[in-house]
Design a protein around this ligand. Structure first.
Ligand SMILES: Cc1cc2nc3c(=O)[nH]c(=O)nc-3n(C[C@H](O)[C@H](O)[C@H](O)COP(=O)(O)OP(=O)(O)OC[C@H]3O[C@@H](n4cnc5c(N)ncnc54)[C@H](O)[C@@H]3O)c2cc1C
Length: 409
């Protein structure tokens, strides 16, 4: 019988989950790293560069993902969703659901024949919402919403990598401990309807905007263009706390949006100094090391930080111009400004640890436990791993400072 009781289940393979898995494995624990997506890296993989260093996001994430896949004590389960945790007579039992997988990555040679025969163009070269292709080696990406399971791709595959009779599989594993690092999501529909999120191509969430500028950054000399009609952008507005710090929707601060607005605005200003960029904010929050200086750099580059929250964003196309009209109340009078693109920031919802898993003693860490940037998510993950390892060696196990705090002192 394998030593399953001592294995630790780590749910979510974003930066937090991968860090926790590596720390545990390096300490000698066996780890099951479970990720619902087809790849490791979480939301960070969707970023182009990261504040406060402006380094590329992909390289460190890819290095961590590679280390997890290669580690002899880590079993990586992608395409697998954590459904719950219950206490069994001999330890905890985790319930997992393995998604039906059309393409077997071990057999696929990425020849593209399945993409050619798909009548609904449901098979693509890479996931459309990621600036990078995380699959190594690459496999075609299936848009499940478009696929009508016509079965044409199976016979076209020369490597026999396509299983058209795929089915979802549910299974259980025994685990000694569990770390939940489920991260965050941008809620759909967008939480504050007055800003028109997801209703017009030129009103973008920060994550969608990150993908847009990653692609534009990749083409030297290219000007930023409106997604709606391709016209060059002249002015851009960021609305901070859109749906966040708002009792109607998400009452918490998303913690990372002031900084990533400064990051995105600075890149754009460096590349296109003539762009007019306004960041409409409630307060600017820069608590981390070097963050205030980072914000000041954005100001020096010419980004306008305006302390005001517009009340409405709506597309207009008439004699007064074309774009997204922002309505503000200034000194009891209503003023309107026009922007070519509006970026909605805030409204990042923490993925909660399932209740029964929390009751069974799962340790939340990373963004799901509280909104946190990469550095803080990784610190939390290390603390959660240390808590579990300390318990194994008899150290810290009963320390009241650690109990019930998601591994944070
Ligand atoms: C637009 C934008 C720009 C940002 N820019 C920066 C930046 O420049 N610098 C910075 O430090 N931070 C930045 N951040 C914040 C950064 O993205 C987060 O700090 C980081 O992603 C948190 O990592 P995480 O591992 O906790 O969560 P995530 O990255 O969200 O990963 C969680 C993982 O868990 C998986 N998961 C969830 N539920 C389950 C389940 N039930 N079963 C299996 N798997 C599950 C998800 O699929 C996901 O892969 C930015 C955020 C946004 C929105």
């Amino acid at each position: 019988m394998p030593d399953t009781k001592q294995a630790v289940l780590v749910v979510g393979a974003g930066v937090a989950g991968m860090q926790a898995a590596l720390d545990l494995a390096n300490f000698g624990r066996r780890v099951h790293l479970v990720e619902q997506d087809s790849h490791l890296g979480g939301q960070t993989l969707r970023l182009d560069k990261v504040y406060p260093t402006d380094h590329c996001a992909f390289c460190p994430v890819w290095t961590h993902a590679f280390a997890c896949r290669e580690h002899p004590r880590i079993t990586v389960l992608t395409g697998t969703r954590f459904k719950g945790l219950r206490r069994g007579p001999e330890g905890d039992i985790a319930l997992l659901e393995k998604a039906a997988r059309l393409i077997d990555g071990d057999k696929c040679v990425f020849c593209g024949k399945c993409m050619e025969v798909c009548p609904r163009k449901a098979l693509l070269g890479r996931a459309p919402d990621l600036p990078w292709d995380p699959a190594q080696p690459p496999v075609p990406w299936l848009d499940a919403g478009r696929c009508d399971a016509c079965g044409k791709c199976g016979p076209a595959c020369p490597a026999g990598a396509i299983d058209a009779a795929r089915q979802t599989e549910t299974f259980e594993i025994a685990v000694g401990d569990c770390i939940f690092a489920g991260g965050f999501q941008e809620p759909r529909p967008a939480p504050a309807p007055e800003f028109g999120g997801h209703t017009h191509p030129d009103i973008l969430t920060a994550m969608a905007f990150e993908t847009l500028i990653a692609e534009y950054n990749a083409v030297p000399g290219e000007k930023l263009r409106c997604p709606s009609d391709g016209r060059p952008v002249e002015n851009l507005a960021f609305i901070q706390c859109a749906g966040a710090r708002d009792r109607r929707f998400l009452s918490h601060c998303s913690a990372v949006c002031c900084m990533h607005a400064a990051k995105q605005a600075s890149w754009l200003k460096r590349r296109q100094p003539d762009l007019d960029i306004a960041v409409f904010y409630t307060d600017l929050r820069t608590p981390g090391k070097g963050q205030e200086a980072y914000m000041k750099t954005a100001e020096k580059l010419g980004v306008r930080f305006v302390r005001r929250r517009p009340g409405l964003a709506a597309p207009v196309d008439g004699p007064s111009g074309k774009g997204i009209a922002l309505r503000h109340e200034i000194n009891a009078r209503v003023a309107t400004t026009l922007a070519d693109i509006v970026v909605l920031n805030g409204g990042l919802a923490c993925c909660p640890c399932p209740e029964e898993a929390a009751e069974a003693g799962a340790h939340p860490c990373g963004f799901c436990s509280e909104p946190a940037d990469i550095a803080n998510s990784v610190i939390q993950a290390g603390s959660a791993a240390a808590l579990i390892c300390g318990r194994q060696t008899g150290k810290d196990a009963s320390s009241p400072a650690y109990r019930g705090s998601g591994g944070r002192p």
